[in-house]
Structure formats: C-alpha cells, structure tokens
Design a protein around this ligand. Sequence first.
Ligand code: NAD
Length: 482
Amino acid sequence: MFERDTLYIGGSHEKPSSSDMIDVYSPFTEERVGRVPEAHEADVDRAVTAARHAFEEGPWARSTPAERADVLDKLLLGLQMRSGDIASLISSEMGCPMSFAHAGQAFATTMVVEFYAQLARTFPFEETRPSMVGSALVRQEPVGVAAAIVPWNVPLFTIMLKLAPALAAGCSIVIKPAPETPLDAYLLADVLDEAGVPKGVVSILPGGRQMGEYLVTHPGIDKVGFTGSTAAGRKIAALCGERLRRVTLELGGKSAAIVCDDADFNEVIAPIVGAGTMNNGQACVAQTRILLPKSRYKEGVEALAAAVGALKVGDPSDFSTEIGPLVAERQRDRVLGYVAKGKAEGARCVVGGGRPKDFAKGYFVEPTLFADVDNKMTVAQEEIFGPVLCAIPYETEADAIRIANDSEYGLSGSVWTSDPKRGIEIARRIRTGTHNVNFFMMAMTGPFGGFKNSGLGRELGPEGLRAYLEPKTICLAPGIEP
Ligand code: NAD
C-alpha cells in the first residue's frame, strides 16, 4: 500500500489545504493500493505563487543551459535507479502488463530525460544574425510558468514530455497527474529533490477536472501542456484561447496500419497486433484499424485472429501477461459498449467480444477482433481505448491511403510492406503527425503530435523544447557585439 499525506509544492512536502484523499484501486484485484491527498484551489494558488517567485527571482531561469543539463542528468540517474519501483507502481495503479510497465512507462520516461539533457547542451538558445543595419541577437527565453495536465494511461511518460523540456528551457512548472494514477509522481518528486532542482520550480498536485481547470485558467500560468482526450483538449484550448495563453495539446487517435499486398504476414502480423493492443489497448497511438488488401483478406483475417486469440490475458504483475485489465470499471463498460455497437452495426466479431470467464475480479475485456469493418462504422471512427482491433478490407493502394486518412484524428499510423521505398511513399501521403514503416516505435528526436483533432503543437524533438521557449530579438546598432 502506497500512502503519502503531503503534496509536493514548490519542491517541499507540504500539508494539503483540505483533508480530502484520493484512493487508488488496483484494476486487477479491485483492492486499494494507494492513498494520497487530493489538491484543491488553495494548493494551486500556493504552487503557482512558488513557481512565479522561482521564475522571476530564483536562479533557475537565469542558469546556463549546461547547468540545467547537469540537473537533468541527475534526474535521469535517479529515475534509472528507481525504474523497477516505477514500473511496479504504475502497473499496480492502472493495470498495464509489467513488460509494458518497464519498457513503455519507466524506460521510455528516462529516454525523454536523456534526450533533453543532451539537447540542452547543444541547442542554440542565443544566436546573432546579420540585420539590414547592425545585427539581431535572437534569444530563446523560457516561456515562464507552465501547467502540465496528464492522463492515466502513460502517467510518468506524459509528465516527462512536458517536465524535461520545461526544465531544459528554464521554466517553472505545476504538474497535475490524473486522479486514477497519482502515485508514481511521488517517486518523481523524490528524485527531483535529489537531483537538486531549486525550490519553487516544480510542484505536483494530484486532482480532478475542476482543479485542472482552475490551474489552466490561473493568472500566474503562461503556458499549458495537456495530454488527454480530444473533448477535454477542446475545452482547455478554448480557455487558453480567451487568455491568449500558449498551449500544446496531445489528444486522441484512431491510427491505421496499412498492410500492403506484398507484406510477409508471418513477419508483420505479430508486431501489428502488438502495436494495436499495447498497454491493454489504452494508447493514443494504438494501431487499431488494420487495413488488409482484398486480394489477401481471408488470409490476413485468419492470421490476425490467430495472433489476437493467442494473447495471454492475466495478472499484470506477471511478466508473461500480454493483456491486463482496463484502468477502471467505467472504462471496461465503455469498451464493452463499443463492442456491442460494432456487432449492432454489422461488424463480424471473430475473436473475443466479451469479458474473459477466468477472472472473478478485474476490469478485463477479452482481446477482440472485428472483421468486415466498414471505415464509416463507429468502431472504426471513434477511439475505443481498449484491446479491440478492426480489420478493414481495401481494393487498391490509393484506396488504402484514402481509408487511412478518412478519420477526424491524425496522430499516428504504420505501413507494412516488403518494399521499403513503397512504404515511405505511402507514409508521405498519410495525414498524421507520426508514421512508421515496417515497425512501430516512437522517435525521441522527432516531433510527436497530431494533425486534425489529435492535437495542436508538438512534444519531443527540438520542437518539444521550443514549446517551452519564447523567441526574442534584440536589435543591436552597428558596432555593438553581443
Ligand atoms: P481526459 O481528457 O479525461 O483527462 C486527461 C487529464 O485532463 C486528467 O488529468 C483530467 O483530470 C484532466 N482534465 C479533464 N478535463 C479537464 C479540464 N476541463 N480542465 C483541466 N483538466 C482536465 O483523458 P483520459 O481519459 O485521462 O486519457 C485518455 C485520453 O488521453 C485518450 O483520448 C488518449 O488518446 C489521450 N492520450 C493522448 C496522448 C497523446 O500524446 N496524443 C497520450 C496519451 C493519452
């Protein structure tokens, strides 16, 4: 049982303003695994005041990029040393299998820190450009005090996509973890203390939607970094728009995996199913629409059915488990609602489609494969966020590209072919922020984010650092050297 009675405010472990607590229940045992304070408006006020003071008066915003990189290095080391604890805690909070908890939660988080520590050392925070008369000193200054709002599915990774570039930039930041997964951020706070992040720079306030809105609209906030649903993203964008507040939005997805007619099904089907069901299907980038060529459709559906049917469902703490329970009862019911809708709209349920019989407890949904899906059906258009895949037949390559692009979302996608050049050409024509040829991976060095309703702005890469910077030009009269 993980219990804390303080909030991390401005780098100190402080008493919360109220006695309200957040209880965290294991999605597998349905028993309580943690309890931490719930932050409220008065805690936000304290955290933002500390962050503003640190930004305006403290050493962090005026430190050199190399000094900030040194602190990020220490943060990296601390996270690496605790990676086992981080993986176990996240798995117990939200039910992802331990294999994903290690690779997709703990290790991926450290990779983000490592990337921004290195980038801070090489990024051109200041450069001189020739001007019509004299020269221009172009600076990249920290945007100010940031608010980070994150979901429960990859809780620490989505924090780090904001925290690492914010720290590299010299910003202060107030982080709001989701109420489903408030525990792992306490391990982060411990590491931040050891890494020597100055007082005031980071606060962590677990809480709900209302507190999140209070934080987003707080007059002391300069920039909002949000990851979550498209519905909440719209609301936050509107709130930021009224205030001309900088905002980055990482939202939902409904990504298509295009299987070309020349693909080796023995090679590609297993990684496609993995990319569609990772994190129990609770991934914004999940490859859930699988586009199969009509000429090999039957063979493709059979191969998918075999792979989906063979997925091992079970205890998330067991390393051999491939599919664990969904985060909460309401999430399980939501996913089962989509399964019912798929059947009602005429999709053919080939595998799964219900709750597994072997578990008396836990918010499980059977890994499910729908075949004969029309891209207009609800299961092909809406983000299900569970282990539910749709096989969609297509006639020609142009048809496949049209179907892949026929989505309100534009986050990710993949193409699987024995001809890499063909794969790259197809990837060029898909309207998504990231795409993959013959594997599924995230590149720390490249911008990550969405076209269309999948978001606004980018995280990762140098673009992710620029999201926490304000460019500024100082015009220098002839003869003045910086
Ligand atoms: P959600 O939008 O319900 O909540 C996300 C976070 O925002 C939570 O911390 C929540 O408390 C907070 N929140 C909700 N409404 C708010 C408001 N009006 N003001 C301030 N804060 C608010 O999403 P969720 O169910 O927790 O997460 C699942 C969603 O996240 C999926 O749609 C998934 O695709 C998306 N996601 C996207 C990415 C990406 O990088 N694009 C990554 C992971 C998850």
